[in-house]
Design a protein around this ligand. Sequence first.
Ligand SMILES: [Zn+2]
Length: 711
Amino acid sequence: MRTVSSHTRSFRRSLETATLPLGIVVLSGCGGTAPTPTVAPPTPPLSAPSASAPSKPVVKVTLASVGLDPLAIDRSQDPCADFYQYACGNWLKTVQIPADEPAWSRSFNEIQKRNELELKRILEEAAKPGATDPVTQKLGAFYGACMDEAGADKAGVQPIRALLDRAASVKDAKSLSAVVTELHAIGITPLFDASPTQDANDATRWIANLDQNGLGLPDRDYYLRDDENSKKLLATYRDHVTRMLVLTGMPEKRAAAAAADVLALETEIAKISKTKVERRDPKTMFNSLNRPGVAKALPAFDWDGYWKGVGFPAIQDISVTAPKFFEGLQALISTTKPAVWQSYLKWQIVHDTASLLSKPFVDERFRMQQALTGQPELPPRWRRCVHATDASLGDLLAQPYVKDHFPGDSKQSAQTMVSAISAAMGSDLDALDWMDAETRTRAHEKLASLAYLVGYPEKWKAYDFPVDAKSYAQNVLRSHNYELKRELTKVGKTVDRSEWQMTAPTVNAYYDPQRNQMVFPAGIMQPPFYGINQALPVNAGAIGMVVGHELTHGFDDEGSQFDAKGNLASWWTAVASDKFKSKISCVEKQYSAYEALPGLHVNGALTLGENIADNGGLKLAFEAYRALRKDAKESVVADGMTEDQQFFLGFAQGWCSVYRPDFERMVVQTNPHSPPRFRVRGPLTNMPQFGEAFSCKVGSAMRPQNTCSVW
Ligand SMILES: [Zn+2]
């Protein structure tokens, strides 16, 4: 189902996230289960390296006092063999993934758990009778309606009955267009998706964007792979579609036949869809077709009726992400029987709304989720309702949250960190031996205009749709309609660069190349990423790396194609561009060699941008930390760990994670982020300062002879 975030531009890059259909935000993580046993455990070399100002007087403190977790460390592991196992090993041995989660991490999930409890407290308070201010009333009514499980159970399939009847009315291309239009207006998006996008040639301006869509599985490849695991999942999916259709009242035999039709049709849609790797190439994702071009690609669809039906008859400027997809839909619309469209639309309706309906729908939806992630239990209703409220009324919920959870010093610290990291990038650009003067000047220009936002937006969004204390389903569908209008209203207008694409309590961060802007919500400015009591090296390794990561996205394989203003315009000389390509192909090969699960390797092409950002981010954070500590009067040693070592531990401990194997498989197949243990290993093996800090021998696993370096 459409959410606020699904409206956002294709090339926004977050630090870390995979949003599951459940609406629960999860993070990539480590599938590493049992720690690797070591033959003859070496003594961890904790001797102080020469690099950090040996002449300064030493102050001795504990690891805990600088913000590190001594209990997470497995000192039986050799940090030069596998630093992730060293930094996280004991945590990995003891952590239990909660039954209602597909994965768990020491940072993202732990922070999110705290945030959820706080948001729950706010919402429970708001839902009590007697609230007088309109913000509290609206939050309370929405959350209260969501928590009314008995009401949802009583309503059964009723909230979508009229929609299912509309689906049953499809008899030709015209009626298909009409029903698709009506569904899009309430956030159910079969076939394709319409949203605004910044004009690739003029980033100050919004135009409309049409994207491929309409599959029930997480990616087109799920329909087209033929390994045993994929075949099993497809069989589960077919059974799931059948059961869902039965729940809507369809007789079992008919539902089974309809599910077969749905699977066959979605497989055809998958075949005409771009792959995730193809979608990482900005040059091919912006195709200005405009109204006549779209009508020519897909004449069977009533486009005039569509734009009128969603409320924007005047839209003219349209970019299409995949012109071949729309041409392919033309063939599908012309040849697919109306009865198959009816089944497909019914399925899409129930697929997108199941979480709003009675328990049998919720449970069946979760059964499919379970097959994809291995998660044993459905999250409790309150968690689902906290997320639903964040998705529908995010900026209302954020207001009481930031009042208590975003102390002013966080903003100041983030500013200091951003300035130090930008300065590090500036020196880095000057030192790069592979970049020519002309490209270097342009890179400096882009860096100088790179903006950042911290904490929460200047203006809160409004939510001018009625919230009914009795109908959760209706509230969500209204919210989707309101968001579609909020988004499409932008078309033809100037881009507001102060607008946020994540809510303030979100534990994440992002870079948007079309605004050349990075954003750090209040939610992530917490321990272990950032803490006022954490020592500077630890904060730099954790939140500093996050800042460096987002900044580097401006210069990764995608971001580097956008200029300082956010236009898709090359600023590279041919020579520099060739050198850059050879540098990044080293990173692609490095990560493709990582085996996540037996026989399943990290997709170096899919994860390239994130890996470049991780490598650049860690390097910049290290340089920034060194610069910020340059004039320190003393050198702090924490339980034998030097400041450099604290930096690397602060970084690695932020990524301690454990994944259920099914979930890890899904993440590796669909998510642009590498699993966390590789997000630690990859950048550290490329950084000589790490090997020096831990006195690793050249040629050891963590200090290989051959390394990759881009920024
Ligand atoms: Zn990222």
